[in-house]
Design a protein around this ligand. Structure first.
Ligand code: ZN
Length: 149
């Protein structure tokens, strides 16, 4: 396994929409292992492909409600109810801010063998799902701040 370099704001890879993953091979499994290792190394709860320079629809998560995992080609759904809470990002060092999010979210995608995979949760887990899916469309949490934030 290997520790990957986390890209920070200003890097164009963070601002482009990612491509779907279509090849499910051993390289993909190695990428997932490297992303998890990198995420833990930098004490993140989530890490999306573009953050390590990979323009593909994939993210990993861990240390969050006792859950760990990843998803490929996620499609996001959210509930109507809002939640309040602070948020930061490994790619936007030194900044955290209250960021509006929905309280419930679900992503539907596939695993490393191209089998269906669904993740859902509330609160912090839902916040992570929204934050990480945003990355796959070139959106950063600082884009979602309103008013004085
Ligand atoms: Zn982030």
């Amino acid at each position: 396994m290997a520790i990957l370099t986390v890209r920070t704001v200003g890097d164009p890879v963070l601002r482009s929409e990612c491509e779907e993953i279509t090849v499910f091979d051993d390289d993909l499994k190695k990428l997932i292992a490297d992303m998890l290792e990198t995420m833990y190394e930098v004490n993140g709860v989530g890490l999306a492909g573009p953050q390590i320079g990979i323009n593909k629809k994939i993210f990993t998560f861990g240390n969050i409600d006792g859950r760990e995992g990843y998803i490929i080609n996620p499609v996001l759904e959210t509930g109507d109810e809002d939640q309040e809470g602070g948020e930061g990002c490994l790619s936007v060092p030194g900044i955290s801010s209250d960021t509006p999010r929905k309280n419930w979210a679900r992503v539907t995608g596939v695993d490393a063998d191209n089998k269906p995979l669904v993740l859902e949760g509330e609160g912090l887990f839902a916040r992570m799902l929204q934050h990480e899916t945003d990355h796959l469309y070139g959106t950063l949490f600082i884009d979602r701040l309103v008013g004085e934030e």
